[in-house]
Design a protein around this ligand. Sequence first.
Ligand SMILES: [Zn+2]
Length: 103
Amino acid sequence: MTTVKGLQQRIVKALEKGQDPAPLLKQLAELRTQNAAEAESETTEVESSCRVCQHRERGAIDKALQEGRSLRDIETEFNVSRSTLSRHKRNCLAENKNIYHIA
Ligand SMILES: [Zn+2]
């Protein structure tokens, strides 16, 4: 498997030998694009398991849920679907109840 690091080393070697590194540089750019796309898809996967838990405003969402605000409200405010919110409330929030009692 070609890695970014491996390619960088090959580019350095090519330069040392006075070879043209252009094809390697092109390969490196392609590899980086590929890696970025992979990282993106990983993030999406994690989010799909529970988008609320991954949400950067999770604390505010949890608070809103605990205050008994309507899911429709929260959906609009944080752009998280109602089904995701109710699943989070049922699966995640209940388990972590103690944390909020202490906090
Ligand atoms: Zn959750």
